[in-house]
Design a protein around this ligand. Structure first.
Ligand SMILES: Cc1cc2nc3c(=O)[nH]c(=O)nc-3n(C[C@H](O)[C@H](O)[C@H](O)COP(=O)(O)OP(=O)(O)OC[C@H]3O[C@@H](n4cnc5c(N)ncnc54)[C@H](O)[C@@H]3O)c2cc1C
Length: 390
């Protein structure tokens, strides 16, 4: 119900000629997640002028940071420059629930069985302070995880520039990435922008952003909190569900919803009903949480493909510009593994074949908007489900 209302609301705006359709809105939804409310490190200065690198990585989420770290672990001394449009962890990574799971949204395809173990290994090896818990549920603070991955990559020699947004990528030898005030040339480029990718003109017929929401309650007394499961998973239709976890400070974090904004839009207004509906869903499952209001509420873009499975691709046959992402709602551990696969691919290792599969090409607008939101609505109504792998 929550999902249906969110998606139908968006569609109505489009069909009746509201701002969603006409606005070529280049704003991005700010990161107001619970995790960043605890404070952010001072941003690093943006890249200006001309710079050369062996490897340029675009995007400072878990995928890009893990790719930087693994590339440097394999090739110490490699010149790695990572650029991030806003600040590290700004995207889905720093807005996620921080719930860790092996596999993907759709199952456990080869090479994904040990994704959580990889996260645990990195956290231990690099001393990342991110509140990692293994029991009773595998989870962490995803924003502090991103900041820790960044510091680990920097210690190995990576240069990270925040406030540095790529505007164009020109394939060639070298590849040239341009922004408003910089030119970055590199032998190889990894595009790790997940839901933001199609607006950059990369994999636009394969990846689309779907916005989803999360919220955190006020502090709940321990005797009440004990009544909440450590892993929340409440089905709202055959396909959709409200997920959640216990969050630091004796709070409850829940999330749900899916909505596609016109033209791969990255600014999601949500709507006045969005969080009240999420709250109703929470209270329907756990009525004893009624006295504890949401204190943080936010949304973020998940990268998705038509089959809801992640992909790795190359922008041209030359293989100089690689991209990887599209985890739907299952990307913290899988995105970490993706960084390992991308770094391996740069060295000539093949990732699992399923990541290189072709995907159903997505149409342009307005068909994309109508098609994606229609499928979301059908899923919400329980009229359409996608076959899982296992
Ligand atoms: C609300 C929410 C809850 C979620 N909960 C979970 C969960 O509990 N567990 C789980 O496993 N997954 C969860 N996910 C999914 C998970 O967060 C993502 O799959 C994962 O974080 C993707 O990481 P990423 O690095 O590929 O992308 P992102 O974290 O989105 O990073 C991409 C980065 O690229 C930057 N960027 C974009 N364009 C440019 C450009 N042109 N130039 C430079 N930089 C650019 C962005 O600013 C961004 O920081 C959730 C997602 C959301 C939105």
């Amino acid at each position: 119900m929550f999902l249906r209302t969110a998606a139908v609301g968006g569609a109505a705006v489009a069909w009746f000629g509201g701002a969603h359709v006409r606005l070529k809105d280049d704003r991005w939804t700010p990161n107001q997640s619970f995790w960043v409310a605890g404070g952010r490190p001072a941003p690093s200065p943006p890249l200006r002028g001309e710079r050369r690198a062996d490897l340029a990585i675009i995007g400072g989420g878990v995928t890009g940071l893990s790719a930087a770290l693994h590339a440097l672990q394999r090739s110490p001394g490699l010149g790695v420059t990572l650029i991030e449009a806003k600040d590290v962890g700004f995207g889905a990574t720093g807005r996620s629930g921080g719930v860790l799971g092996d596999g993907t949204e759709m199952g456990t395809p080869p090479g994904t069985e040990d994704n959580v173990a990889l996260v645990e290994d990195l956290v231990g090896r690099h001393g990342i302070d991110c509140g990692l818990e293994r029991e009773p549920a595998a989870q962490l603070d995803p924003y502090r995880y991103a900041v820790g991955l960044r510091r680990a990559a920097e210690r190995l020699g990576a240069s990270v520039f925040e406030g540095t947004r790529a505007i164009s990528i020109e394939d060639g030898d070298p590849v040239v990435v341009r922004g408003g005030d910089f030119t970055l040339s590199a032998a190889r480029v990894v595009v790790a922008t997940n839901g933001y990718t199609p607006r950059l003109g990369v994999a636009a017929d394969r990846i689309f952003p779907v916005h989803t929401c999360a919220a955190v309650t006020a502090k709940v007394p321990p005797e009440i909190l004990r009544r909440v499961p450590d892993e929340i998973h409440v089905m709202t239709s055959g396909e959709m569900y409200m997920w959640g976890r216990k969050a630091p400070g004796g709070r409850v974090l829940v999330g749900a919803g899916a909505s596609y904004c016109y033209d791969n839009g990255l600014f999601y207004r949500g709507g006045p009903a969005l969080f009240p509906i999420l709250r109703r869903k929470l209270l329907a499952a756990y009525p004893f949480l009624a006295p504890y209001p949401f204190e943080h509420a936010w949304s973020g873009p998940m990268g998705c493909t038509a089959d809801q499975e992640p992909i790795i691709g190359s922008v041209s046959g030359a293989g100089r510009i690689l991209y990887g992402g599209a985890y739907s709602g299952h990307g913290i551990a899988m995105g970490t593994k993706m960084g390992l696969f991308l770094a391996g691919l740069l060295h000539g290792d093949s990732p699992p074949a399923w990541l290189l599969r072709p995907t159903l090409p997505l149409p342009g607008e307005p068909l994309r908007y109508v098609g994606v939101n229609s499928i979301i609505n059908l899923m919400n109504l329980g009229l359409y489900t996608m076959a899982k792998r296992d």
